[in-house]
Write a protein that binds this ligand. Sequence first.
Ligand SMILES: Nc1nc2c(c(=O)[nH]1)N[C@H]1C(S)=C(S)[C@@H](COP(=O)(O)OP(=O)(O)OC[C@H]3O[C@@H](n4cnc5c(N)ncnc54)[C@H](O)[C@@H]3O)O[C@H]1N2
Ligand code: MOO
Length: 403
Amino acid sequence: MRQNIGVEDALKTLLEHASPLEALEQVPLPSAFGRVLGADLLSKVNHPDDDDSSLDGYACREADARSAAVGSPVKLRVVGSSPAGKPFQGTLGAGEAVQIFTGAPIPKGADSIVRVEDTLREGEYVWLMRPAGNSEIRHKGDDLRAGQTYLRRGEVLTAGRVGLAAAMGYPEVPVLVRPRVGILATGDEVVEPGQTLPYGGVYNSNSYALAGLVQDAGGEPVLLGKVSDSIDGLRGQLLRAGQLELLLTAGGVSMGEHDIVRQMLEREGEILFWKVKIQPGGPFLFARWGGMPLMGLPGNPVSAMVIFLLFGRPFLFKLLSRTDPPLSTRKAIADTPFAANPTKQAYRRGILSWKNGHYHVSSTGNQSSGVLRSMVEGNALVVLPAGVSASAGDAVEVVLLPN
Ligand SMILES: Nc1nc2c(c(=O)[nH]1)N[C@H]1C(S)=C(S)[C@@H](COP(=O)(O)OP(=O)(O)OC[C@H]3O[C@@H](n4cnc5c(N)ncnc54)[C@H](O)[C@@H]3O)O[C@H]1N2
Ligand code: MOO
C-alpha cells in the first residue's frame, strides 16, 4: 500500500481504475437535460430548410425597387401572402410583391425583402419607401446542414444542446447510462435526520451532500444507509449493494481502532493508496474491493465533500467520457490571509467575487473540516501548495465549487 502520496499522484492512480462506460440508453428530449451524449449526432435536416426571411415585410424583385425612397416610393401589386408554415405557392413576377413573415420561405421569383416599417399598404398595392435588399434573407442551411455533425459523444446536454438536438430532428437521444455510485456512511455516532440526536451523536450529512455531488457529476447515487463501527456490518451492507461502478464510504479511514473501512480493506481488499498530502481530507483511501473501485472518504463533512470534488468528480467524468473539464479554476486576489499547511496542499474555503475587473477571494472564517456551513457560505476553494500561505493582496489560484 502506498502512503502519503501527492495530490497529482493520487489523481493519476485512481483515474487508471476508471474505465469509460459503454452502455447507452435512449432518453426522450424532456429527460435529456444534464445527461451525457453517447454518440455523435448529425443533423437530419437543413435549417432553414430553404432560403427564408428574417423579417416581416414584402418579398419582391430587387430590380423593381432599386429607386424606392421616402420622396419617391415604388408601387408594387401584392399577389399573395407567405406566413411561416404556409408558404406562397406561386411565382412572383415583375412589379409584384408577396407579403412575407419572419421564417417564411422566399417565394419563387423574389430575390429581396423590404421590411414592413419601410412600406405603406394600400389595398392590393404596397408602396416601398426604401430599396429592397437581400441581406435579410437567411440562406438554406445557414444554421444546420443535413448530414453534418453538431453534437458529439461525451458532451453534456445543456439547454442549448437539447434544443439543438430537437432542431436537428431527434425526439430522443442516446446517452450514457449513469454510473451507479454507492454511498455508505459509517460511525456509531451517526444518526439519520429526523431521529432524536443522542448525546455525542451527529446527523448524517455526508450521505446527502455526497448524493448531490454525485448527481452533479452525472452519476446516480445509491444510498446504502449507514453502518455502525463493525467490519461484519460494513461487509454485509456492501455485499447487499451488488455491483456498482463506484463505492463511496464516509468515515472510518483514519487512525482510530474504530476505523473499520481501512481495517476491512487491509484484510480483504487491495488498498492502492492511503493518505494523501492534502488538507482537508488527508486520510483519503482508494482501494478495490469485490471487483469495485472504492473511495474511502474521511468522515469530516468538509473533507468528504472536498475529496469527492477533487477526485470522485474527475473519476465519474472519465467513466462518462465527459469532454468538459471536471473543475474550473480562476486567479484571484486574496482579500484576507489564508494559512498554509506545512506539509500538505491546502484547500481553504473562500468567497469569490468580482470587483473592479478582478476576482477577489476572502476566507469563510473557521477552516475546520467539521464546519460544513463553510461549503455553503463559500463558493470556491483557495489552493495553497504545501508551506505556501497567502497574505492579503497576494494572487492565488481558486477552484470553483460546482453549484
Ligand atoms: N490520531 C489521528 N486522528 C485523526 C487523524 C490523524 O491523522 N491522526 N486524522 C484526522 C483527519 S484529518 C480526519 S479528516 C478525520 C477522518 O477520520 P475518519 O475518516 O476516520 O472519520 P470519522 O472518525 O468516522 O469521523 C470524523 C468526523 O466526521 C464526523 N462524521 C462522520 N460521518 C459523518 C456523517 N455521515 N455525517 C456527518 N458527520 C460525520 C464524525 O462524527 C467525526 O466528527 O480523522 C482525524 N483524526
Ligand atoms: O482531513 Mo482532516 O479534514 O484535515 O480534518
